[in-house]
Design a protein around this ligand. Structure first.
Ligand code: NAP
Length: 260
């Protein structure tokens, strides 16, 4: 296997574009998500176009033991992962106390628990071999609290914090960890999160292809935090932190309120 990347959430959106971009560079792949058919279609496309080897592992990463199953399956196939892209994730609109607890828990299980278990298990192998790259997909949501998606924004804050600390620990062992914080991207995300009809989902947004390229290139350079748009980066790093907290909460709530 050459320059092997493990990409979660590769059946659609940004994850699918990460897989396409990595394959275009001649890298082999393990792609995973729940939808097996979509993974097989992507495998066929990439093997045909780029003469790379693509392995598929269809499973539910939010299920109890899902990440462990994936780590064990990769080991059972005798594969050493050079690049781990923890991309699978989902959001969910609504007042936290009125949302279904099972959905809120699954969000934590996927966006945080599976990502951390994979970074831990696969990262350990990278450290033992003296090199590797990890890209964790957070969001600009990581950089502010998010009323009407309180749990989602908080999961992404965890990912951004965790990734930076892990980079500092692992860098001396040849492993870098980057946090990709995209703004709004046109994928299946908004529909899955029931965000249609909000100002957030009405934005022009970025394409999954452009975000995957910026994220992947940033990861290869070992960047700590990657934001796909300069304007957003300036706003979130230099303006929002200076605003009163309640002003930020009201702004974010407004963006996520559905028009009547
Ligand atoms: N779109 C945006 O505006 C935006 C902005 C910032 C950050 N992000 C982040 O970007 C990442 C990718 O999202 P996207 O926009 O590309 O959305 P997407 O098109 O909905 O893709 C989500 C991917 O995650 C997989 N997934 C969902 N639940 C899963 C589960 N239980 N087990 C395994 N895989 C699961 C889905 O595959 P299956 O359904 O086949 O399992 C799919 O491949 C997410 O972490 C998201 O939070 C998105």
């Amino acid at each position: 296997m050459t320059n092997l990347a493990l990409i979660t959430g590769a059946s659609s959106g940004i994850g699918k574009e990460f897989a396409r971009y990595h394959a275009s560079k001649g890298g082999d792949l393990i792609i995973t998500a729940r939808r097996e058919e979509a993974l097989n279609t992507l495998k066929d496309e990439l093997e045909r176009k780029h003469s790379v080897t693509v392995q598929t592992i269809a499973l539910d990463l939010a299920a109890e033991g899902g990440a462990r199953k994936l780590i064990d399956e990769v080991a059972a196939r005798g594969l050493n992962v050079d690049i781990l892209i923890n991309n699978a994730g989902f959001g969910g609109h609504g007042l936290h106390t009125q949302r279904d607890w099972a959905a809120e828990k699954a969000m934590i299980d996927l966006n945080i628990t599976a990502l951390v278990e994979l970074s831990h298990g696969i990262g350990k192998g990278m450290v033992n071999r003296g090199g590797g790259k990890i890209l964790n997909v957070a969001s600009t949501a990581a950089m502010m609290p998010g009323p009407l998606q309180a749990n989602y924004f908080a999961t992404k804050a965890y990912v951004m914090s965790y990734s930076q600390a892990l980079d500092e620990e692992l860098r001396e062992h040849g492993v870098t960890v980057s946090s990709l914080n995209p703004g709004f991207v046109h994928t299946e995300f908004a529909a899955a999160a029931d965000l249609e009809g909000t100002g957030l989902a009405a934005q022009k947004g970025a394409t999954a292809e452009s975000v995957a390229k910026i994220g992947y290139d940033g990861m290869m350079k070992g960047k700590l935090v990657i934001i796909n748009e300069g304007r957003l980066s300036f706003l979130l790093n230099w303006i929002t932190p200076l605003l009163p907290r309640r002003t930020v909460l009201k702004m974010v709530r407004g963006m996520q309120t559905k028009s009547a």
